[in-house]
Design a protein around this ligand. Structure first.
Ligand code: ADP
Ligand code: ADP
Length: 229
């Protein structure tokens, strides 16, 4: 059985008289330690898939299994636990707490976890050993995203979910962030899922899931994924 599986997942949004099918019968699998990119144009349903996989939103139909746990059957209290212990989130705009230092941002997230990793060590891993006591406003965009990745990794999650993690960064800085995500996947066996509209980064993944109009358009396996230089 695959580490993660979505089977015939459907998600609709009702807005008054209008119903939008954001995810329309999506099925795919992800193996443990895989680096997966979900790519597609704006409105394709990527964020909805990520939200469902991360337990932030419930689906209307279908089955979602993560490491043997049936997420699609969890109640809201169980989903809160799942989000807290099992999932690390990385967002486009970092979502750091501005009046806490890099170290404090990571420590705060680690505090509420079962088996957190030492905050300082994780910040060193992402290359911020010299920036522990800086506030977000004193860090560049790329550095802030590194703090956000450290915060997610310190939770020691089963799965790292990244929503357009390079979307607010210039090309070079974005590449460095992708390299960090790819290295984390390779070196720590972390399962990483990135959603993006940027098709240029697709060759770096083990598996690329192309979505279009709420459906899987095609799934491409990269036999030898491009290392991020
Ligand atoms: P993507 O991340 O690929 O841009 P989304 O998952 O955000 O796509 O959106 C898929 C579709 O679902 C879009 O048509 C969007 O307008 C709609 N949608 C997403 N979230 C909501 C919501 N909370 N309420 C209503 N419609 C939504
Ligand atoms: P970028 O080129 O990514 O926009 P910046 O020019 O914002 O980066 O920052 C370059 C370096 O200067 C970064 O290492 C950042 O940590 C540091 N830096 C930026 N602003 C401040 C500040 N207000 N206080 C301390 N260090 C800062």
């Amino acid at each position: 059985m695959a580490y993660i599986s979505l089977e015939h997942v459907v998600k609709r949004y009702k807005m008054g008289e209008v119903t939008i099918t954001a995810v329309d019968d999506i099925t795919f699998e992800i193996e443990k330690g895989e680096f997966v990119i979900i790519v597609g144009p704006s409105g394709a349903g990527k964020t909805t898939v990520l939200n469902i996989l991360g337990g932030m939103d419930a689906c209307d139909e279908g089955t979602i299994l993560v490491d043997g746990k049936e997420i699609s059957k969890c109640n809201s209290r169980q989903l809160t636990t799942y989000r807290r212990y099992d999932i690390g989130f990385v967002f486009q705009f970092y979502n750091l707490i501005q009046n806490l230092t890099a170290l404090e941002n990571v420590e705060l997230a680690a505090q509420i976890c079962k088996e957190p990793l030492p905050a300082e060590e994780v910040l060193r891993h992402v290359g911020l050993g010299e920036r522990l006591n800086n506030f977000p406003a004193q860090l560049s965009g790329g550095e802030q995203q590194r703090v956000a990745i450290a915060r997610a990794l310190a939770k020691n999650p089963k799965l790292l979910l990244c929503d357009e993690p390079t979307g607010a960064l210039d090309y070079i800085t974005g590449k460095a962030i992708l390299k960090l995500l790819q290295d984390t996947c390779r070196q720590q066996g972390m399962t990483v899922v990135v959603i993006t509209h940027n098709t240029a980064i697709a060759p770096m993944a083990d598996k690329v899931i192309h979505v279009k109009n709420g459906r899987v358009d095609r799934i491409v396996y990269n036999e030898s994924p491009m290392p991020v230089e």
